[in-house]
Write a protein that binds this ligand. Structure first.
Ligand SMILES: N[C@@H](CCC(=O)N[C@@H](CS)C(=O)NCC(=O)O)C(=O)O
Length: 209
């Protein structure tokens, strides 16, 4: 197996933390997003979506999307279980990790990518040069705060995001909390349950991956 990775980017970090929790060691191939290597013909042949992470399995399959990669790894190495222990827990893990990605990670990306000069004409991943829309910066900030309010409510009732033990949903949330710092949003400020959760989860050695 090989992991196509970029150490500064939030999504590949989700997979690296997952691998560290599983104590799995997978060789990494660096795809430098700052140099737009994700849009090279060689990489687009691997993932036409032009995103990292991508896991190349031992049979030569290329898997994109963190959730698919991590679900695959969970089959290879079931312990510790990071998608719950039964159908209900797995569904809640997938539900919350989708909420984190769609409402949190992408809302922050909406801010960053419509704001930062580095993303001018590259506001969305992939080869099409979509231009920035400055009005989306404010909307993205509002969506981000709304997302963290929703998470705060959930964590007031549950020690972990999906309700059971530490899971892939917590990994996605941790990466999203750290990613918010890129656009100067402090999610744990004024959200005590999220702060307690963050202190606990960010003490895990895997987060340094
Ligand atoms: N839903 C995808 C998101 C992947 C993604 O957006 N990755 C970013 C890095 S965090 C990327 O490769 N961006 C390339 C670009 O912006 O051109 C996943 O779960 O893997």
């Amino acid at each position: 197996m090989r992991l196509f990775d970029f150490d500064r980017a939030p999504n590949p970090r989700r997979v690296r933390i997952f691998l560290a929790e599983k104590r799995l060691h997978v060789p990494r191939v660096n795809v430098n997003l700052y140099r737009m290597e994700q849009l090279s013909p060689e990489f687009l042949a691997i993932n036409p979506g032009g995103t990292v992470p991508v896991l190349e399995t031992d049979d030569g399959t290329y898997l994109a999307e963190c959730v698919a990669i991590c679900r695959y790894l969970e089959h290879l190495q079931p312990e510790p279980a990071l998608f719950g222990n039964n159908a209900r827990e797995e569904a809640l893990t997938l539900m919350w990790s989708n909420i984190v990605e769609n409402e949190g990670l992408l809302a922050i990306a909406e801010v960053l990518r419509n704001l930062s000069p580095g993303f001018r004409d590259h506001v969305l991943p992939g080869a099409v040069p979509y231009a920035q829309i400055p009005e989306l910066v404010g909307r993205g900030r509002q969506r981000t705060e709304q997302f963290f309010d929703r998470v705060e409510q959930q964590l007031q009732k549950n020690g972990h995001l999906a309700g059971g033990g530490f899971s892939f949903a917590d990994i996605s949330l941790l990466v999203t909390v750290d990613f918010a710092g890129w656009v100067e949003i402090s999610p744990t400020q004024g959200r005590p349950a999220l702060r307690r959760w963050y202190e606990r989860v960010s003490a895990r050695p895997s987060v340094r991956a």
